[in-house]
Design a protein around this ligand. Sequence first.
Ligand SMILES: *Cc1c(COP(=O)(O)O)cnc(C)c1O
Length: 475
Amino acid sequence: MQQHRQAKWNDTASEGHEPLLSEKDTTRYEPTDTHLPDELTREGVELPSLSEPELVRHYTRLSQMNYGIDSGPYPLGSCTMKYNPKFTEDLAALPSATVHPDRPSKSAQGTLQIYYELQDYLGRIGGMDAVTLQPPAGAAGELTGILIAKAFHEYNGEADPRDEIIVPSSAHGTNFASAAMAGYDIVELPADDDGRVDLDVLSAAVGDSTAALMLTNPNTLGLFERDIEDIAEIVHDAGGLLYYDGANLNALLGRARPGDMGFDIMHYNVHKTFATPHGGGGPGAGPIGVRDGLAKFLPSPQVGEEGEEYTLFDPEESIGKVHGSMGNWLVLLKTHAYISRLGDTGLTDTSAKAVLNANYLASQVNLDVPFEPFHHEFVASAAKKDAADFAKKMLDYGVHPPTTKWPEIVDEALMTEPTEAESRKTLDQLAAAFNSVDDEGEDVISEAPNATAAKRIDQTKAAREPVLSWQQISD
Ligand SMILES: *Cc1c(COP(=O)(O)O)cnc(C)c1O
């Protein structure tokens, strides 16, 4: 079994971590001659004054202490951490890719063409009639989609009774959060024994107060909701809308379309399905698609085509803007490049390999996988062990662990999604890591990781009390 040791750079002067640039050098930078009026200048600022090699080595060291998709497999279920091909980065780095957001549309025709084509590609991939590229993440797409559902019900004079959104208990946390942020009460739907939506339970839950049902398909267990047409009928008969959480679209690409299943609104996580980098809450993109009758509520502006020219227009009943300018342009450019390079057959091949890889990996892993048949991801159970300890120990074998303890329907869940990008050899390495950890005792794994630059950290504290600036650290 491959063992792994991450770089650890202990600078003697800084207790056990790679120093910050400002710790490496504390030269006070004094501005000399300036033509600025006195009231606009500062006394001087503390800026590190380092040579190029010092700077390059600092960032290289940090990258060696980290783990990313460029260092090894990253089977983080639901989040689809597929490899981001470098040609998309090359395109985004072209000087001509830079465009000022306020440039008049007449002189930005090439950029608008790419927006327009991407709206079209995503619409065709999802089976949707109109698409906005504005929302900056899947979660932002969800909120935008739910605001559109709200605008739709208000337009029809039905906003008053429709104050509930139905969400399956296995859904991603952002579904609950988006519905709540849009001002809705949430009705949680328990799964049936097979891990899917129970039609009787759904029928009992829908009614005059239903605004929408939010659904992921395949769901977070990797299971296809085979009753999707009945589900759509039940929700539509009650006057509600059907929202598709597109995080798992990688399983269906080129094979099945949410629009054909009866969904009215969907988001696309382009950083999951279309190989753009995950933004860490930052520069991602979560375009949404809607069926015909909802296009008039989309955020403004939309990109249209008039004769030979690409133009911007405001949909009649637009909910307004949801992001500055037109969304995260460079991420969208990479999405366009990825889709264009793969084409129809490439996209269809992607979903085939994603499903094959997940099934191959599961067949090589000794853990129990309670729900089958799954598609692009599977949820194994660490049952006898704590899933968090299990995951930490996997890091010692040079692989990133799966998502842990979710969905809760599986005991000590390890939600695993290898993606289509990994070779059989890498999948074997992943399986060996799973099986080695499975063979180890809880006493060993509860101390893990041992071979990484940072040992076990307090994740909750890191998320709740982040120290983000040098000022905070030096204080
Ligand atoms: C990732 C994910 C989301 C949220 O998407 P972001 O782009 O991370 O905001 C929503 N639902 C599911 C199932 C996801 O996996």
